[in-house]
Design a protein around this ligand. Structure first.
Ligand code: BG6
Length: 473
């Protein structure tokens, strides 16, 4: 039996380009889909989208936390905590400003060279997502984003470019962030402006997903060819769900609910469309257009590991009245056994152990928790300290659950809590929904000095890493 975390366990933290970098139009960067998003409730931010940048409107990604200019200071703090890895993403639009450019933007490439060098100078392994909820805006305006098969080629060119450039610096890669959210948030997942009410919503979403599957397989192929000692994973939003009751109809509904997400990992980890999806496609008039060679590609180039985010669990009921979405994308049914965060997300550490076991039983390939954490509104005391005991408690319980899963036999590569430094919230654009060990002085409206400060959880996490997860007090 495994006694605890392996010696080479990758402790670290996670970020994404559009939520931390800022510098949205500097050094040749093109506009990306995330640059058009305002701060607001998720329905307003993610479904009422204008692709025009308007004067006088505040766009949180434009400056974000200015990581682009301050990364040295931030990386130094990550190193002080003892990070072994940092997950971030490359902004595709820094490398190919329009997505369909003939040649890459050298200044964009140089930025990531510098960032990776900085990380490596502290022995921090970069863990890189190729597309985290963004793509060059031009690919939406000109081609309709992932609905269009042409995106596969553009993505492949981009992936090959960064693999070639960073092959000696980056060994851990992921293709698309939370690939399974395309059905819930098509703008984040597929760069598409779509409303649930559109008659061909599902057709468009699954066709786009197919294009991403093929693009992902091509990226796996290229990564293995260019970086023989590299590993490339898929990444999905962990969506553990419980049946509301032990009534068989609730249990059946829950199986269907979980398959909504597991479909994506089934394709990318096993290399083929699972049998159960055929019935779903038939009943929803979905007809995926494939080209010769697609099936073989998916089969041959599956991903090396499964990375996922885990924040909460949900509850599924067979009664349609129960299954209404709330504004923050948490499921509407509350679980009487769990507490919720200030943003209504149901906190479930044991669910993490359940989920790790489920996924490992299903795929028997390494897993990586690349996001987990508590979004909370921190209070800065008069003396400047921040006592984020609630965050420590949340993380502690999740690490305990992870450790149990490792003892259960799960092959877990690492753990990178989300937003290790405060950054812009993806679902709301807020700054006050904070996840970090490091505080950033900025509010929801863009005011603040951007000064960094350590929270109580900073020293706590430092100790966790130093003891390889043994001392959680
Ligand atoms: C994940 C995303 O879904 O959740 C991140 O990959 C996001 O980009 C994180 O920031 C937390 O969500 P939010 O909405 O609180 O920022």
């Amino acid at each position: 039996m495994n006694k605890g975390f392996p010696k080479n366990f990758l402790w670290g933290g996670a970020l994404a380009a559009h939520q931390c970098e800022g510098a949205y139009n500097e050094d040749g960067k093109g506009l990306c889909t995330a640059d058009t998003l305002i701060c607001g409730n998720p329905m307003e931010r993610l479904f009422n989208i204008s692709t025009e940048i308007k004067d006088g409107v505040y766009y949180p990604s434009h400056e974000a936390i200015d990581f682009y200019h301050r990364y040295k200071e931030d990386v130094k703090l990550f190193a002080e905590m003892g990070f072994k890895t940092l997950r971030t993403s490359i902004a595709w639009s820094r490398i190919f400003p329009n997505g369909d450019d003939e040649t890459p933007n050298e200044k964009g490439l140089q930025f990531y060279d510098d960032l990776f060098d900085e990380l490596l100078s502290y022995n921090i392994e970069p863990l890189i997502t190729l597309s985290h909820y963004e793509m060059p805006l031009n690919l939406l305006n000109k081609y309709g984003a992932w609905e269009n098969r042409k995106l596969i080629k553009f993505f492949e060119t981009y992936a090959k470019t960064v693999f070639e450039r960073y092959k000696d610096k980056v060994k851990y890669w992921m293709t698309f962030n939370e690939i399974n959210v395309i059905k819930v948030m098509p703008y984040f997942g597929g760069g598409m402006i779509l409303n649930y009410q559109e008659p061909d919503f599902l057709q468009k979403v699954y066709q786009a997903a197919h294009h991403q599957f093929v693009a992902s397989s091509l990226a796996v192929k290229a990564c293995h060819e260019i970086i023989p000692d590299g590993k490339i994973g898929m990444m999905m939003a962990g969506m553990l769900s419980y049946p509301k009751t032990c009534h068989p109809e609730d249990v059946l509904k829950n199986v269907e609910m979980e398959r909504n997400s597991l479909f994506f990992s089934d394709v990318m980890m096993r290399g083929y469309y699972p049998a159960y999806i055929n019935r779903y496609f038939d009943e929803n008039n979905i007809d995926i257009k494939m080209e010769d060679g697609d099936i073989e590609l998916l089969k041959k180039y599956t991903t090396d590991y499964l990375a996922f985010s885990y924040y909460m669990s949900s509850v599924t009921s067979a009664d349609p009245e129960d299954n209404k979405m709330t504004g923050n994308f948490a499921m509407g049914i509350s679980n009487p056994y769990l507490d919720t965060s200030e943003w209504g997300w149901q906190i479930d550490p044991t669910g993490l152990r359940v989920y790790l076991n489920q996924l490992y039983d299903r795929y028997q390939k390494p897993l990586f928790i690349v996001e987990n954490g508590l979004g909370a509104n921190d209070t800065v005391k008069e003396d400047g300290t921040i006592e984020d005991n609630y965050r420590i408690e949340y993380l502690k319980k999740h690490i305990e659950a992870m450790k149990e899963a490792v003892k259960d036999g799960v092959d877990l590569m690492g753990y990178t809590p989300w937003g290790c430094i405060d950054l812009v919230s993806a679902s709301t654009g807020e700054m006050k929904k904070r996840y970090g060990f490091i505080y950033v002085d900025k509010d929801n409206y863009g005011n603040g000095t951007l000064k960094r400060g350590k929270k109580k959880s900073f020293d706590w996490y430092k100790k966790v890493i130093a003891t390889n997860g043994e001392d959680l007090e």
